[in-house]
Design a protein around this ligand. Structure first.
Ligand code: HMG
Ligand code: MG
Length: 301
């Protein structure tokens, strides 16, 4: 009998986590084309941009125009990332289906990323969650540096658990666990999920793996074994965090879909369409597509 879940959901973060770290800033039109193309792949959740300071992350400066310009499908969630109340207020004028907030398990990373401590960031989150709930907007919460931090080093499962409990208590419907610099291996992910899932139901946990050391798919398999059904991924494996040196691409949507097909797990996403979208975005970004995007994926027998 399979130890894996029957069905999972992919949360596409390429237009936000992918593009925020690219040297080439895409035009609003190109970003809209990317999201519209992703909307035709069968994905049901797309993070479209972020309402952070344009001085900190210039690549995301036009996220309002992006949300305004996309062709929305009724059954797709179009979300955006917000760091504070100012970002929230701007974001909601562009009609997101839901928002995502973010903090980390490492204080020093939080300081570098959003210029405040974890405690201060949770207080900002509380304000945003209060406003979001008065507008019936669901809120997803990211926790970065779940196993390692570029400044602190090792991060313990209990440090993550404390923040996860706080975000859920404040009203996030789900926590996305970010291995921001991709240092985790299945052993660390096992230790983390052992601790977390003793307190939090698996349905409320998503995984967000970066692939710096090629561990993302192995870590995803581990998470699937724990019954995790919510998976963040980015088309063409784009991505990284500008405030985490060494943070390279996210786990690639194409690779995740291929893996899930092979494991016989339902997900609703069309692999061939994803590969095409991945190739096109790499051309726009003037970057050599990663070998995985060039590869013709065989079909599983
Ligand atoms: P700050 O400089 O401390 O903010 O930045 P402040 O409140 O002191 O304000 C300074 C100026 O910024 C003011 O403008 C504010 O109005 C403006 P001025 O008076 O100087 O003209 N400001 C804003 N402008 C636009 N939008 C806003 C906003 N807020 C203030 N929302 C802040 C604090 C949080 C804004 C800043 O640190 C920031 O934008 N950081 C974002 C960093 C970021 O985007 N990182 C990447 C996303 S997280 C990630 O990638 C990890 C994840 O993928 C999971 C994983 O992989 O682990 C989610
Ligand atoms: Mg990320």
């Amino acid at each position: 009998m399979s130890i894996y879940p029957k069905k999972v959901t992919l949360i596409e973060v390429g237009p936000r986590d992918g593009l925020q770290n690219e040297a080439t800033s895409l035009s609003v039109t190109d970003k809209i084309q990317l999201i519209d193309a992703l909307s035709d792949t069968g994905l049901s959740h797309i993070e479209c941009g972020s309402f952070v300071s344009p001085k900190w992350v210039p690549q995301m400066a036009d996220s309002g125009g992006v949300l305004d310009g996309i062709s929305r499908h009724e059954n797709i969630v179009y979300s955006a990332l917000v760091p504070n109340q100012k970002g929230f207020e701007e974001c909601v004028t562009h009609n997101p289906s839901e928002i995502a907030i973010f903090t980390a398990a490492s204080n020093i990373f939080t300081q570098k990323n959003i210029n405040c401590t974890i405690a201060e960031s949770l207080s900002r989150c509380e304000t945003i969650l209060h406003s979001a709930h008065t507008q019936n907007l669901p809120v997803r919460g990211y926790i970065s540096t779940i196993v390692g931090c570029p400044y602190q080093g090792k991060v313990t499962p209990n440090e993550v658990l404390n923040v996860a409990k706080e975000l859920l208590a404040l009203g996030c419907y789900e926590i996305s666990l970010g291995d921001t610099i991709g240092v985790g291996t299945p052993r660390q992910i096992t230790e983390l999920l052992d601790t977390l899932l003793a307190h939090i139901p698996a349905e409320k946990v998503a995984v967000h793996f970066h692939n710096t050391y090629g561990q993302a798919l192995a870590n995803l398999c581990t998470a699937l074994e724990f019954g995790i059904t919510r998976i963040d991924s980015a088309i063409a494996g784009l991505g990284g965090c500008p405030y985490a040196q060494g943070a390279s691409g996210n786990i690639a949507t194409e690779d995740v879909v291929y893996l899930l097909n092979g494991l016989g797990i339902e997900h609703g996403v069309d692999l061939a369409k994803c590969v095409e979208v991945g190739q096109n975005i790499c051309i726009k970004l003037n970057k050599q597509p990663p070998s995985l995007v060039n590869r013709a994926y065989p079909t599983h027998s």
